[in-house]
Design a protein around this ligand. Structure first.
Ligand code: ATP
Ligand code: MG
Length: 557
């Protein structure tokens, strides 16, 4: 995409780009290849957006390739729905992967051959200890591990047992294949890590072909090498696994020697960025689904009204570093606010309608007023707003009594209907319970586009015609969690779910938008003047539009 190219070219440098520039300058690589390797066990979230922008952004900036590879080694948790959603989200963000989508499972044959090679070299063995025993033998951060009694099995025995594992003759949990590295290593991931385990389950790509599946740490370097990845970028929790990554590259006969580099995860306050926790929110019914507009998933942010450009901009602002940090949600909000302030057409929508009757307009009066689509961008032209004898204003824009600070309509004083006339409130009609049901007004015909002489009006308010409008439901959102760090729980035994904000969704079911919004399609975004930024939701029907509030007009709404 062209707009994106210009973004990435001006993107600030970071330590990874510096490494790449050095590698290119020294002729270590002629072409840069990166990959984005999601596990298809959930929807992508804003943290993944950072990884996507980094990997694809680098490929674009250095005219290289970025591949999309599903890291699908754990079929128990994986689903086709996630494979589809991940591709949709990456494309929507504006990135194109090189060639076909790839699957780690597509390399299972080669990975198996690598395992057999390692056994033949005396670098892998079949373990028959139970999982509990293995844990005990592994030692701790302070104490070295002990060698398993099965560590010195002969190559022939190992080959035969591994073959049995593969053929389904060994039960799940009864054996695993381990690398033979160093049980005394200070790095626990080098204490004979597991390479393969028995899992007698169907795989979404390979069907029932396999009943043994390779571990992530074994699969990843091999997949990277097979794809010619030059820089394998992952998050910091894999730093301790890098020696294992290098060990696999060194001891398996592979066509290339990729290098792993780690960067800090993106964490956002007031939300969670872990597919497992997001799945808990979905499965527990705490939200309406993976794309609930309160979710920090890419699909949720999209439905909320975020644009791809705003998420890319946010990732650029966050930057790429090696120090873990928590980013303020306000930064994400300001990225979309800036985008929509510049690009969203303006519209009127009255969220809590209060009827106003303009008594000196005749019944059936219809006058088309002109309003700019975007006050800072004349090129976008104007929209027509019908003024009728009855209009609606927001309940919060009227008071029977107020001091001078209240810049809206007050009984016996004047306000301007935006893009229309100055009106005066003369009388209030109430129901038996004392609620205001109607305000009776008069308008000053001499005030269209000019101020009344000798008087000051309090302010300007938005409005919609009572007879020509579009009924809407407006959904407003606040933080999904009450705690900045949702994992900080009040008492032991509680989980992040105890910090859910029960009032994160507020529905305004009787809102009315200006007529020009009739037929607006899902994902169309507007600034509702004086209210904020809103996007049409896919729940909309021909009778009623549904809007999601994306973000308020100002920070701290
Ligand atoms: P989760 O814990 O949410 O499941 P994950 O790391 O297990 O995350 P993967 O599908 O394995 O999810 O991640 C794909 C890529 O995205 C990996 O390279 C991973 O390092 C990166 N990634 C995941 N979460 C973040 C994050 N919060 N910030 C930056 N990159 C991330
Ligand atoms: Mg993972």
């Amino acid at each position: 995409m062209t707009d994106q190219n210009s973004e990435t070219k001006t993107a600030p440098t970071n330590f990874i780009r510096q490494i790449i520039e050095k590698d290119l300058a020294q002729g270590k690589h002629a072409r840069i290849v990166t990959r984005f390797p999601p596990e298809p066990n959930g929807y992508l979230h804003i943290g993944h957006a950072k990884s996507i922008c980094l990997n694809f952004g680098i490929a674009e900036a250095y005219q290289g390739d970025c591949q999309l590879r599903f890291d699908d080694t754990n079929p128990a948790k994986e689903e086709d729905e996630y494979i589809q959603s991940i591709q949709r989200d990456v494309s929507w963000l504006g990135f194109e992967w090189a060639g076909d989508v790839r699957y780690a499972s597509g390399y299972f044959d080669t990975i198996y051959d690598c395992a057999v090679e390692l056994i033949k070299k005396g670098l892998a063995y079949v373990e028959s200890l139970t999982a509990d025993e293995m844990r005990e033998y592994r030692g701790t951060l302070k104490a070295p591990g002990r060698p398993s009694p099965y560590r010195e099995r002969s190559v022939e025995e190992n080959l035969a047992l591994f073959e049995q594992m593969k053929n389904g003759d060994i039960d799940e949990g009864a054996a695993v294949l381990r690398a033979k590295i160093d049980m005394a290593s200070p790095n626990i991931s080098l204490r004979d890590p597991t390479l393969y385990r028995v899992r007698k389950i169907h795989h979404h790509q390979t069907g029932d072909k396999w009943c043994i599946y390779p571990m992530y740490d074994f699969t990843h370097p091999i997949s990277d090498a097979l794809e010619g990845v030059t820089h394998s970028l992952c998050t910091l929790e894999f730093e301790a696994h890098r020696p294992l990554y290098d060990w696999v590259i060194e001891h398996c006969a592979l066509p290339a020697a990729p290098r792993q580099y780690e960067f800090a995860r993106l964490n956002l306050n007031y939300t969670v960025t872990s597919k497992r926790k997001l799945k808990d929110l979905v499965d527990g019914g705490y939200v309406g689904g993976w794309d609930d507009p309160r979710m920090p998933t890419i699909a949720g942010l999209r439905r909320r009204g975020y644009t791809p450009a705003s998420l890319r901009k946010f990732c650029e602002m966050v930057g790429v570093a090696r120090a873990d940090s928590v980013v303020d949600m306000g930064m994400l909000e300001s990225a979309i606010r800036d985008d929509l302030n510049q690009n969203a057409p303006r519209a009127f929508c009255v969220l809590r309608p209060l009827k106003l009757v303009i008594e000196n307009l005749p019944d059936g009066h219809e006058e088309m007023l002109d309003a700019p689509v975007h006050p800072q961008n004349e090129a976008l032209g104007t929209r027509k707003i019908p003024l009728t004898r009855e209009v609606f204003i927001d309940r919060e824009d009227f008071l029977e009594e107020a001091n001078k600070k209240f810049k809206r309509l007050v009984l016996d004083s004047e306000v301007r209907l935006r893009y229309g006339y100055v009106i005066r409130a003369n009388e209030v009609i109430k129901d038996a319970a004392g609620n205001i049901t109607e305000v009776r007004c008069t308008y000053d015909p001499d005030t269209l586009g000019k101020n009344p002489e000798g008087r000051k009006v309090r302010g300007v308010i938005h409005w919609v015609s009572a007879t020509r409008n579009v009924p809407c439901e407006v959904r407003r959102y606040s933080r999904l969690f009450n705690e900045a760090n949702p994992d900080k729980v009040a008492e032991e035994g509680l989980t992040f779910l105890s910090n859910i904000n029960p009032d994160s969704l507020e529905s305004l079911p009787a809102a009315l938008a200006e007529e020009s919004l009739l037929g607006a399609l899902p994902e169309t975004r507007y600034q509702f003047e004086r209210e904020g930024y809103f996007a049409v939701d896919r729940d909309s029907t021909t009778e009623k539009l549904v809007f999601n509030m994306t973000v308020g007009l100002k920070e701290g709404f």
